[in-house]
Design a protein around this ligand. Sequence first.
Ligand SMILES: C[S@@+](CC[C@H](N)C(=O)[O-])C[C@H]1O[C@@H](n2cnc3c(N)ncnc32)[C@H](O)[C@@H]1O
Length: 287
Amino acid sequence: MDYRAFFAYIFSTLETRDVNEKKAEAAWIFQHFTGKSNLEIPILDGFFTDIASVDKVIKERNNGIPLAYILGYKSFYGRDFQLNKACLIPRCDSEILIENMLMKVEKTLSEIVIFDFCCGSGCLGITFAAQYILDNPSCKICLYFIDISDAALEMSLKNAEKILKNQVICKNIPMDIMNDKWDFDRKCDVFISNPPYIPSIDIDKLDNTVKDFEPKIALDGGADGLKFYRKIAENIGKVVKSDTLCGIEFGIMQEVMIKEIFQSHKLAFYKDLSHIMRCATFKIDEY
Ligand SMILES: C[S@@+](CC[C@H](N)C(=O)[O-])C[C@H]1O[C@@H](n2cnc3c(N)ncnc32)[C@H](O)[C@@H]1O
């Protein structure tokens, strides 16, 4: 089958309802199997023959399994992050948090310590470190991954090894941030967190591809979805310095409560790609 027919085959076989999602997923599958972008099809003259392995992927996808878990990775900020079932699939909305933190951070530091609280695949901390090092290659960076899931922590470290190579010192901290003591050997210069924030009662209302496959522990933010933010607000003083740059992601319609929970800090808010207020940055000494 030539590449044009191959792309048409993927597109027509996928049963994804949303047409934009279908286009994006067909393009991803095409790229996965050919190593080429579907946008290049007019100038490509290759053929694809291993239809059985594509059919397997499409069958699983049509059974509702997210493509990121089937293929085992997801692109975030232009880099592929490997995933296992313990990792939330990185969302492009989270890129907004990183982008704004990178605009705010001091670029001339000789050493920085980054804490990625509730790290999952490590996409936030790793991306921040990878981008920071482009602007400041001589900076010594230490990146701490903090999560309750050992499998997620393992994946964070694996992603860090692949993406950051040996440019950054990375450390895993297995920790239940709700119940364990916030007791670290050092304070951080950059605090990033995207904790679980879906109200427990809303989990069942999520799309099947999310609620049936993504780890519940990565989604459930307690009765009103905000328990992790209250814990962070209560303890953040123990892990940051006065000028530490902090960034948090939160859920839809949580902005007002986030403002209240972090009322002793001056928060700057940012919208995601769908114009939903999605994240905030602050420094402890600003108000
Ligand atoms: C919303 S996911 C975010 C993952 C990643 N930072 C991202 O943005 O893709 C939340 C993460 O919090 C972790 N988590 C849940 N409860 C926790 C707890 N009590 N202590 C520490 N981490 C927890 C989950 O394992 C999950 O990896």
